[in-house]
Each structure stands twice: as structure tokens, then as C-alpha cells.
Design a protein around this ligand. Structure first.
Ligand code: V47
Ligand code: SF4
Length: 392
């Protein structure tokens, strides 16, 4: 702390010092401060501040979970220009459209594995309607009641509730009743209409996304939030996005984690845009950590940025790495991620976290501790033996 202070006094501008003072006194930075950090601050300064907050909130604890993804279809009626799925609507035979039974077969294929969560999200198609998802959630819960169902985004919910002619409130209550446990953070993209209209103009608006999460939180349930960055947005749009999330979180407290998603440029309508640098990724993680003071967790989604950058992000405010995944998501490999078959074993994930001096904690979706891999009981060379640990 003293070394940090000396560095601040010697090297920072007045505005940067004010921001650092706010952070070190546990205060909240303003949206103007946030714009300043994006435009002016260097990586080491935001990294130091973000790390300070991360340490205060979590010490060396670093979370991960054991999950698998199901993408019911990779075909979509919408035409988001960053998405490698939407182009398939014209050649549906190249995509997949799983039936209820095929999805249940995937769920059942994990019966012997100690996963705690299924993450379900994919394209939007008319056959996947309210009753399809009600039946699916009920069937998953009947088959494996302790498996946490984290499924669908306001993009799907807005579409299926409109088709069914029911309100968001009624729709979300029905989903909860059917067995939905939480909402993933997808579909948020960039809330600002100036950008959203250009990259995702035909799906739910930013306000509708926020409204559905608010209703879900009012039902006593939790959700995540994302931001798709590094395409045509400016820093002002990122800060507007973060501002909307912070305000909603002040009202409900229902968000668990914020997941920045880096735009990848392969196989979509925005392939002409260059991807942003790793420095920009780390800066974005750090500034998100500093600005979103009311979010407990910042998560790195390693299939999107690669495991090395995910590991580096742990020194820039990130405290959570998603997840073991088991090669069950295609959205990023199709969009050009270096992780073409994303799967990390529990042992690999534990090693990845330990090798930067942090303490790996396996959590469930709601951040209850499942296994504390920092305890001496879990020695490095014995890790493989713990792959089949029962979920406690
Ligand atoms: O909403 C699509 C993004 C999201 C691209 O809540 C792209 O735990 C970059 O939300 N480049 C879906 N991003 C994934 C998602 C998610 C992932 C992991 C964990 C959680 C969670 C949520 O993927 C979409 C969109 O923003 N996306 N195409 C692309 N080319
Ligand atoms: Fe469809 Fe989602 Fe892709 Fe948009 S991002 S085209 S809504 S799958």
C-alpha cells in the first residue's frame, strides 16, 4: 500500500490521483472518471487499482465452476452483424437444430460427471417457444434436480413471450416455475441505441434486456451481465453500458458477475474490423472492476480470449474463470477464437490459477464453495485423482 502511494504521488496527473484516492478510500468513481481511465490511464495504473479492489473483495481466492454448454441450434432468425451463427439461416442444412430428446440426451451424457451447471443458449428459431422451454426445464429438473439450469437471454425471452402474447412478468414467472435457476449474461452487446441498431438492430433493445433482468431479480433470482466490446463502439458507449448495469445493480443487487466479451472477427459480417489488442482487453477488465463497485465478481471467459490472456486477467481485477466447459460451445470457435475445442480439465484449470500464485476455488453457480483447491489436501500431483470428486 505504501509503495502504491509513492507511485501514485510521483507519476499521476491530478485527475488520476483523485480517482486513485476514491478507489483507495473505498469510494465510487464517476462515469466521467471512467471515460478518463479509458482514454488516458495506462495499463499499470488501472491494473494496480483493479487488483487492489480484487484483493479487498476476494484476497487470492479465484473461482471456477464445472459446467457444460448446450446450444440447441446454431441457426438464428436475427442478423447480428458480429455473430457467426446468423449467416446460417440461408443454409440451414449446415447447422443443427436439436429436438427436446436430443437435448436431454446431452444432459444425460453428463450423468456420471460432477458438473454443477448446464448453460443453455443458442440461436432463436420459432419452434423453440415457451412450451418447448418449459418442458425442457421440467425434464432436466426431473432427471437431475441438483443441476443448476442457467438458460436463455432476454433475446429469446422477448421473442417467445411476444409470440405467446404474455408479459415479461408472467413469462419469467412461468420459466422459474418450470425449473429455470438463473440467467446467463448474453444478449447485452452494447446497450446504447446508436451502436445497438448497427450491430443487433432487430433483436430486443438495451432497455428491454435490462427490464427482463430486473423482473427476474424481483422474483428473487440471480443473473449475469456481459458487454461485447472492441468493434465499432467508442469508450463513451462502453461507459454508458456499464452505467446502466451499475444503476440496475444498485436497485436490485441481483447480478452476480460481469463478463466482458471481446469481439472476434471470423466468419461474420464485421470481419473487416481488426480485433483489439491484449492490452486493451486487460485495460477493459481492470476498468470494469474499478467502475462496477457493486458487482461481486468479474469473470474471464477463456474460450473467447484464450487461456493465456485469461490467466493474465487475474492480475487485472478478474477473480473468476469460466469454466471447465468440456468442448460444448461453438460460438467462439466459429468466430475465430484460438480455442477451437474449448475444454479444460479441473486439474488444468487449478494449475492455471495456482501458477500465478492464486487460490483455486471450485464454486457452484451461486458462488457456494464446492471444493477449496487451495487447501494442502489438494496437492499438485494428486489433482487428477480429484477429477471424479463427488459434488458436495
Ligand atoms: O450475446 C457472439 C457473444 C454472447 C461473438 O453468463 C460474440 O456465465 C465475440 O453471453 N465475438 C453469448 N462475442 C455468450 C455469453 C456468455 C458466455 C459465457 C458465460 C456467460 C455467463 C455468458 O456471445 C452473445 C454475444 O455477445 N458473441 N458472437 C463474436 N463474434
Ligand atoms: Fe442470433 Fe444471438 Fe447470434 Fe444475434 S448473437 S444472430 S440473436 S444467435
Amino acid at each position: 500500500m505504501i509503495a502504491e502511494r509513492i507511485l501514485i504521488e510521483k507519476t499521476l496527473t491530478k485527475q488520476a490521483k483523485d480517482i486513485a484516492d476514491k478507489v483507495f478510500s473505498g469510494g465510487r468513481i464517476s462515469s466521467e472518471d471512467c471515460i478518463y481511465l479509458f482514454n488516458e490511464a495506462d495499463l499499470s495504473m488501472v491494473g494496480m487499482l483493479a487488483n487492489h479492489i480484487r484483493n479487498n473483495k476476494h484476497g487470492k481466492r479465484t473461482y471456477f465452476n464445472r459446467n457444460f454448454h448446450i446450444e440447441p441450434t446454431n441457426v438464428c432468425i436475427y442478423t447480428c452483424s458480429f455473430c457467426s451463427y446468423s449467416r446460417l439461416i440461408k443454409k440451414r442444412e449446415e447447422g443443427w437444430e436439436y429436438s427436446h430428446d436430443e437435448i436431454m440426451d446431452i444432459v444425460k451424457s453428463y450423468d456420471e460427471k460432477p458438473v454443477t451447471e448446464v448453460h443453455i443458449v443458442g440461436g432463436v428459431l420459432p419452434q423453440y417457444d415457451v412450451s418447448f422451454y418449459e418442458n425442457l426445464f421440467q425434464a432436466i429438473k426431473a432427471h437431475r434436480p441438483d443441476l443448476h439450469v442457467k438458460a436463455l437471454t432476454p433475446v429469446e425471452y422477448h421473442y417467445i413471450f411476444k409470440k405467446e402474447k404474455i408479459s415479461y412478468k408472467e413469462g419469467m414467472a412461468r420459466m422459474k416455475e418450470a425449473g429455470l435457476d438463473s440467467l446467463p449474461g448474453g444478449g447485452a452487446e452494447i446497450f446504447h441505441p446508436e451502436i445497438r441498431e448497427q450491430i443487433a438492430g432487430d433483436k430486443c433493445t438495451g432497455d428491454q434486456w435490462l427490464q427482463i433482468h430486473e423482473i427476474w431479480h424481483q422474483l428473487g433470482a440471480r443473473s449475469n451481465a456481459t458487454m461485447l466490446y472492441g468493434h465499432i463502439e467508442k469508450y463513451e458507449h462502453r461507459v454508458h453500458h456499464l452505467e446502466q448495469l451499475r444503476k440496475l445493480q444498485d436497485r436490485t443487487g441481483g447480478f452476480q458477475t460481469f463478463i466482458p466479451l471481446k469481439f472476434r472477427n471470423k466468419g461474420n459480417q464485421m470481419s473487416h474490423l481488426a480485433e483489439v489488442s491484449v492490452i486493451e482487453d486487460l485495460k477493459n477488465y481492470a476498468i470494469s472492476r474499478i467502475y462496477l463497485d457493486n458487482f461481486d465478481h468479474i469473470k474471464a471467459y477463456w474460450p473467447m480470449i484464450g487461456r493465456t490472456v485469461a490467466q493474465m486477467s487475474l492480475s487485472f481485477g478478474v477473480d473468476d474463470v469460466d469454466g471447465t466447459i468440456d468442448d460444448t460451445t461453438k460460438i467462439y470457435s466459429m468466430a475465430g477464437s484460438e480455442e477451437q475445442n474449448p475444454a479444460l480439465s479441473t486439474a488444468e484449470l487449478v494449475k492455471l490459477i495456482r501458477s500465478v500464485g492464486l487460490q483455486p476455488i471450485e464454486r457452484d453457480t451461486l458462488y457456494h464453495v464446492v471444493n477449496d483447491f487451495s487447501s494442502s489436501q489438494f496437492e499438485e500431483d494428486g489433482l487428477n485423482g480429484y477429477l471424479s470428486l463427488p459434488v458436495v
